[in-house]
Write a protein that binds this ligand. Structure first.
Ligand code: ITT
Length: 200
């Protein structure tokens, strides 16, 4: 069976992508399970560039077909911030997800609601001697001032999915995987993945 490396150090992403690809005849492996420790300098100007940097770096080290995810939250009232900086959006070093949510809400104070926003996810697929391939997914929603729900990770407790009137952190992982940016990107990546795996 072909192996696919999920090239992320974010355990929330790992769990979601594992569930989204669990039906494929591909063995999913993680940096942890291989004992691979790699911190990639994400200096790209776009999600695609950062996803490519991660996919290529992990593919080089492991020789495996590799999937990397670069994602972020874009808040309209903040001109698209935190965007590419979502994982590091804070006023202090060593910040947690909760600190980043608090900082985002602080930055939004005084701005008129609704605080419309979207999550964006770009997946890069890397395999030796093959061109990089990309897939994108978006999830539109709204930032709310009070946390709701304990599931998920990152900004999920303050990201409302308006059609359901629930934050992504209230949804189960299976429910989030029906509608999230990551789910949509993975859905778009599945045929690309099938093409790559068949060539191996
Ligand atoms: P890797 O680079 O190792 O994959 P990371 O967390 O640093 O992990 P990114 O650079 O892509 O990943 O940053 C994405 C950040 O955007 C992530 O840390 C969260 O803060 C936020 N984010 C992305 N997807 C999210 C989701 O589904 N729910 C909540 N927050 C999310």
């Amino acid at each position: 069976m072909s192996k696919l490396l999920l090239a992320t150090n974010n355990q929330g992403k790992v769990k979601e992508i594992q569930a989204l690809l669990s039906d494929l005849p591909i063995e999913l492996v993680t940096p942890d399970s291989l004992g691979v420790e790699l911190q990639v300098d994400e200096h790209g100007q776009t999600y695609a560039e950062n996803a490519a940097l991660k996919a290529v770096a992990f593919a080089k080290v492991t020789g495996l077909i590799t999937l990397a995810d670069d994602s972020g939250l874009e808040v309209d009232a903040l001109d698209g911030l935190p965007g590419l900086h979502s994982a590091r959006f804070s006023s202090r070093p060593g910040a947690t997800d909760a600190d980043r949510r608090a900082y985002l809400l602080q930055r939004l104070q005084g701005q008129a609601r609704p605080w419309t926003a979207r999550f964006r996810c770009v997946i890069a697929l890397a395999a030796a001697d093959q061109p990089l391939q990309f897939a994108e997914g978006i999830c539109e929603g709204e930032i709310i001032p009070q946390e709701r729900g304990l599931n998920g990770f990152g900004y999920d407790p303050i990201f409302l999915f308006p059609a359901l009137g629930k934050t992504l952190a209230v949804l189960s992982m299976a429910e989030k995987n029906q509608l999230s940016h990551r789910a949509r990107a993975v859905m778009a990546a599945r045929p690309l993945l099938a093409g790559i795996v068949l060539k191996y």
